[in-house]
Every structure is written in structure tokens, then in C-alpha cells.
Design a binder for this molecule. Sequence first.
Ligand SMILES: C[S@@+](CC[C@H](N)C(=O)[O-])C[C@H]1O[C@@H](n2cnc3c(N)ncnc32)[C@H](O)[C@@H]1O
Length: 806
Amino acid sequence: MIIDDEVEPPYKKPHRGLPEDQVSSTGGNSKTNVDLEVSEPRKSSSGTRMGESSQSFSGNRGKDSIQVDEENSSPVVLYANDEPNDIALGPTRRETRRDQENGNAIVLRGEQPIDDHSPQFVMLTSNIRPGKQRAANAYNAMKRLGISQETVKPVLKRLWELYNKNWALIEEDNYRTLADAIFEDADDQLKKKKPVMNIDDEVEPQCKKPHGGLPEDQVSSTGGNSKSNVDLEVSEARKSSSGTRRAESSQSFSGNKGKDPIQVDEENSSSVVLYVNDEPNDITLGPMRRETRHDQESRNAIVLRGKQPTDHSPQFAMPTTTIRPGLTDTPQHSNASKKRKESSLAYNPQTMFQTKYDIASSTCGEVKLSLTCSQAQGQSNFHIPSSDEVLNFAENKYRKSCKTVGPQFSLVNLLNDLCESYLEMGSDLVEKPHINRTQIHRLLRSNEDSKKTDHPEGVLGKRVASNGNGSSVSRNEKKRVVHIVNDITNGTEKVKISLLDEIGGEELPSYIYSPENITYESAYVHVSLARISDMDCCSGCKGDCLSSSIPCVCASDTGGEFAYTLEGLLNERFLESCISMKSSPEKHHQLFCQDCPLERAKNAQYPEKCKGHMWRKFIKECWRKCGCSMLCGNRVVQRGITRKLQVFLTGEGKGWGIRTLEELPKGAFVCEYVGEILTNIELYERNKKSRGQDKHVYPVLLDADWGTEGVLKDEEALCLDATHYGNIARFINHRCFDGNLLEVPVQVETPDRHYYHLAFFTKRKVEALEELTWDYGIDFDDDSHPIKAFQCRCGSQFCRGRKGKS
Ligand SMILES: C[S@@+](CC[C@H](N)C(=O)[O-])C[C@H]1O[C@@H](n2cnc3c(N)ncnc32)[C@H](O)[C@@H]1O
């Protein structure tokens, strides 16, 4: 293979994440298909073919990972040192390295490594496959934060799928989302992993598993103590007192506020008990029970307070824990500590925050965690605050930000918050350095913008220098919290539906995901085979009713023509007529009840006259008594969600919304509206109780058939309320007139039209990543309507609710 120095490098700007001036590539064009490589400087004489010693990012370390087009290729060989798990955030050596033999190739510039752990980057090869290259870029960016490729890989893959293979979204803000996802992952792992080990036994062999959730190489160990260290230990409240002494200067948090701590270190220690309920913690979304629990024995508690549980509240999920001064550096643990320390330099959020922690788990479900927070080191004006001071401060902070234990609870974050509080309390600075994700984001961005350093502390240092007070982050600055939930359906739908908050600042929605409607209490929903007459079903059909030349009886309600096409879309004629009915109801039938259940619910004694309900076309699907298969083309809504959808934070003052991750053709079924089936009376009762205080409202009326029969009984006048139980449709926002979805009543199991399914279909082709919206049909001037009006921010030129209620 010939290396041609003269040839224009194909990738001039190899890496979005790396400052351009730090990486350059030479080398010629080639057809070489090269996996991203990191290799030792090699003795290879060819200089062209990657030898045995090369390591590829695709995981085949030590193997020959590239295919070289012998004739045309000239790979750029890039070297990185072979230190595993290095801290990536250290200043790096400014240097240029070359493949000695071929005189080409890698040019890596950076600063001198401060120590042996400094990684060196990496790599560009000519004609790297774009996907691979972008993956490698991502690995690089993360590596610079000390996150190993092994850790990044699964998260990156997940994000990549989540974003529908859209690399740009992953690369945005210098991989901020990726970094966040890795954090979340680590948090999740921490939460999920059941601790194992009797914490009372402090002998070395029982601390085999250093960390409840992270792989061993991701757990760091505290080094020595310093005056500014904070050591937190998390374990079951216990009586043990042996082997737990730490150096005199170590400081522990105490939650017991003046009461006797759980004595561990007789001289210096005090303990904190964190109580969180102990149900499995995998309910991602749901109203949360916030509670305070005390350990009877120890009388010590960090109190996580919040609202009283509601009827709908699932419980969340952490083992009972105690925080107390360090155990991990005791002689008994020294081997394990050492081992952990050796491997602690891989990904570890705490390393990023300059905070280290030791975690050990026991066979009886306890976790011991020691946290060292070292930002305070070197701050001349730092004093060690009292434990009570810190706890009060942290508790207040939590109260203010409503950070109660919920689905997003993370022990690591909590500990980190405590550390931050410690720093804030201990520092005399007006503005304090919050070393948190916000900081990391800023650092990432700063890295990209300034292209000056790989070292976040370097950036910090400059900022510190710039304002002269040791800090760059305003205390009041709003924290940016980015959430990613992989599947909000908790596996109840056939497809996963992710949730993404790229903006931050919004709590995760609080409700229970339900894929199907469920009666709350009094609603009359009678589903039985006996109610389905022969005229209502096609018991003689087989297979797919749509494939028959003569439509079966199930099409009779839709004029002898099925509502669906062979492609599974809503029939154009049917769709257009529904759209027309909705957009100009006056031209079509308005139905008026003799005795309107809505008005009755408002005023039972003197109900006002019915204001009218829009008459709708129904789709009647094949159902249980029909002979066709579940794959029949006339069973679309009942097969459930099939499209790739995502809940996202809209950032337009509308709260969460839904978007599609794939292009949707016109007439595509998206989802149905699922909630609790309530009577109107029940809905009014709920509204009365909430007194309009709820931020968002989630009811829809099932009034498509009101007024066609005589007087509807209260238990037959129904609505769906997705406030507490609902599916993804609860997130669909309103848009005046030109929303891209249309709601259509669908009969799926009963001919009774007072209960039906409300299904959403696209009114037109919808592009990937477009928000999905429908017109709620709100009268923004009607204050008495059960679906409360809001100040509309739909952005439509036809908006009729801009001046509505705020
Ligand atoms: C069914 S929920 C939709 C999901 C909601 N955005 C959320 O975050 O949970 C309806 C509520 O969303 C908000 N909303 C929906 N469409 C809106 C719009 N066009 N402008 C402002 N707020 C809107 C209103 O608060 C409304 O009560």
C-alpha cells in the first residue's frame, strides 16, 4: 500500500468533538475501509497495514481490523497510548506523532500528559465508513471525559436507534445528549442492581463486589483523606462500630440533627440514614408516593419529604441506606480499594466532578458507599461546615426544587447534591462552583468552542480566573436536567416509546402508563358476546376480510366499504369526509340532546339547554365474534401502536408533546386515546376537586353519539380521563384547525355507541420529527366546559385561543 502525502485528505474536519487543531490527518484517498483504530506505536515496517497490535473500536482488540485496498489505500495511522481506563480530562501532551516508517499519517497535537494516565487521541483513517467514523468520534469525545468505549457503546447504540439513526442529534452540543445518557445509564444501573453483602462484615472478601450497579472498572475508590474531603457511606443502619475509622479531618454528613448518630467512628463520625421505599424501582412514570420514613432503631434519618400518597401512587424504590464516615480505606479493605483504585479511571461521573466514591454491596442487600468530594481543595477560603448545616441546606434545596424520591431518583445524584451543598456551605464565595451536569455540558461546549484544552478543569480554571472569584456558575442559574426514558410504556405496547427532554427543567410526567381504557367506577361499559348480533359481526369470514371481493357485514356501517385500505391506512374518502365534518361542523349535523348530560352535570336541578355535539362517522372494526384473523385489514386500532413515536419536551410552553420518529403517510393510525372511563358526573367531581389548579388537563368526551338516542343515563354519558392512567395520547397537544391528526370514533368490542375508542389518524403526510397535534375542539371562551381552556400556543395561523386563560 502506498501512502501518498500529497493527496488531499478526505476528512479535513475529522471530529466535531475534538478541537480541529488537535487532530489532523494526512494520507491519501483510498478505498480502504478502515475501522477506527487506536494502536500502539508499532514496529511495523510496512506502515500501511494495521498490524497485530492495532486495536479497533469495534472491539476486536488486538486483531487485524481493517481491510486495506492494497493498491489505493493509505490509511492514516493514529496512535494512542495503551493505558486502559485513563482519565481523559487531564491536560495532554502537545505532540505530533508519526508513523516512523511511512512518514505520514497521524498528527496528534495536544499538551504533554501530566501523568501516565493521560490518554492520547486518536485517530483518523482515510475512508473510514461514515457511521463508524461518527461512532469513533463519539467515543473520542467521551474518552476525553474519561468514559471508556465499553461504557459508551451500548448507550450510543441506544441513542442512535432512539434518534432514528440521526447522528447530528447525537453530535449536537458536542455530544451533550450522549454524555447525559451515559449518566442516566449509570444511575439506572445503580438503581437496578440489588446490593449483596453483609455490611457488618467488614472483612475484605465480602466486599468482592465493589459496586451495586457499575462494572468494577467503573468504580473509583477514595484516595487519602484531606481536610476538604467528604466521606459518605451508605449502608443499612447498623450497630457495627469496628474498622470504620477515618482520618481525623474527614467529615461526614449527619441526618440526625442533634440526636445520637449511629456510632461508627467513636470520635468523628455521625451517620445519615436515607429512607426510600423498597419496591422495585422500575416504574418510570407515575404519580409518586412521597414519604418520610424513620429508622426506629437508629433514630437517624435524612428525611425525604413530599406530598401524601395518592390512590394512584406507585411506590419507588431504593434500599434503606445509611451514610456514615468511611470504611473503605480501612486496612481490611485496602486490597479491594487498591484494585478499585487501579481501575477507577474509566468512566465515572464522580471522577468528572472530581468526586470519588467507593461502593461495596453485601449479600444481604446493603450498599456501602464512600464519597470524597475534593473541589474544595485549594480554595483558600474554604471552611468545613457542620453536618447539620449541610443537611439543612441540602434539605431546603430539595424542598425548593421538589426533589423528592421519584422515578428519576438517583443515589449518586443525591450524594452529589450533598457534596455540592457541602461545598456551598463551606465556601465563602458569593458564587459557587456547582460541579454538576450543567458544568459538564458547559465544559463540553466550551471544549468545542474554545478548542483550547481537553481538560475541563482547565476550562474551569480559566473561568475562575476570568471572574476572579473562583467560580463561573451562577447559583441562580437554572439547572439543565436532561431526561431520557427508554420506554415509557413499561413494555405494555408492542413498540417502545421513548421520552426525551433535551431542554431540561421539567419534571418527568407523573401518571401510570396504561395501554387500554379502564373503568374508574360508575361508567357503564357492557362488553359481552350476547350484545353482538349476527348483523354486527362476520362470523363466517376467514383470514383477511379486506381481501374478499365483496365486503362483509362489518363494512355495512361505513357504507359497504371498509374504512381501511389494503395498506392499512384510512380510506381517503372516509378520511376526507371526517376532516370536512370537523373543520366545518355547521355544514353537517350537530346533535342536540333532549337532556344533555353535560349540562346536567353542571347543574342537575336546572340544566341548561344542550349546546350541541358534533355528529361523527364511526369505524367499526371486526371483533371477537368475527371469524377473520387478528391480521385482518379491518383490525387496525385493536392491534395497537406500531409507529415509532416519542414523547418530548416541546419548549414552547405546551409542556410535553409527541412526535413521530418516522415519516407517516396520510391516513396512518397513530394511537388511540386511552384513559380512565369516567361518567361526566365523575369528571365534574374531579374538576371541582382540582379547582382548575392542574397545569395540564387530560379528559376527552365520548359524545359522538349523544343526542341520537333518547335521554342518556349518567352512567352512559362517558369520557376518558388520562390524568392518572393513560397512554401516549395524553401527550398530544392541541393545534387550532390545522393539527396533523384527526380523532375518529372506533367500535372495537361493542355496538353500544356511548362507549367507543377514540383513534388518531394522520390527516396528511407527516414528516419524521414533526410534532403530532389535534384540534381538541375547545371553545376557548367557554369557562364551564370540563376540558379547561388554556392559553393556546399552537402557533397556527388559525389559532383561536391565543388570548385564552393562562
Ligand atoms: C392532553 S395534555 C397534553 C400534554 C401536555 N402538554 C403535557 O405536558 O402533559 C393537554 C394540556 O397540554 C397543554 N397544551 C396542549 N396544547 C397546548 C397548546 N396548543 N398551547 C398551550 N398549551 C397546550 C395544556 O396545558 C393542556 O391542558
